[in-house]
Design a protein around this ligand. Sequence first.
Ligand code: ATR
Length: 278
Amino acid sequence: MTDRYAVIGNPISQSKSPLIHTAYARSTGQDLAYTAIEGPLDGFAGAVQAFRAAGGRGMNVTAPFKLQALELATVKLERAELAGATNALKFEGDEVIADNFDGIGLVNDIQRNLGVALAGKRVLLLGAGGATRGCLLPFLEQEPALLAIANRTVSKAESLVQALRGRRKLHGDILVCGAYGDFGHERFDVILNATSASLKGELPPVPASCFGPDTLAYELVYGKGLTPFLRLAQQAGCRQVADGVGMLVEQAAEAFEWWRGVRPDTTAVIQQLTVPLV
Ligand code: ATR
């Protein structure tokens, strides 16, 4: 029997997940159907329950349900718990298991697809919302020399650092945070825009001096072309810029492997979804 999976969000028509997972199913020979469900804003839990009752095996979860999905889970894996949100659920018997693959998808895109190893590097994360929360643990596991978080509201970044220190013994000053201006005199190997500024056409106030010619500038949003952040990076002389299309495709590959036990190849799907950065 064909196994059923779905992505749930509201709105949902923009989601690339059905395209990605259908391509993975085809390339790995897995017998599954993957659809998109527009969850009612006041009825998320009911929609998940109905999908499970109809034989659903797992779901991806997107805005605005990522927090509710974690609350509903009976088993919360550490990455999801620390992120405070889940983007993937697996249904096993009575259990609803929650994980979060956004951070590992981002790490895999940077290291495998863009060829930038994170070990020993100086990394600057802009923003302290859900996207940053989801990235912290997977990034720290790569053992960068420094993981700095800059946010307008510094207290939000401080809470994230504290939450991580509660879970992991971190050596020295590997994890720091502050206001954007605090990092004006420092250069970074990788700078990631994990704010929602680009969705509004805005620029987070990252000092241009943080970029060097060999800095990787990475915009977590995808498909928006050259965002104000990426344009600033280029103007600052940065040669390597990327958006989040690879992160999207790689997090899907992690979920697919979690559900099916088979690792799909991501190259063709990334090529298909890439929008030129102009
Ligand atoms: P989510 O959890 O969905 O990521 P969020 O919690 O609202 O959304 O986080 C959005 C992030 O983008 C925050 O770090 C926000 O900064 P503040 O915490 O100071 O609000 C950041 N952000 C949004 N617009 C921004 C802008 N124009 N410049 C700089 N940071 C911005």
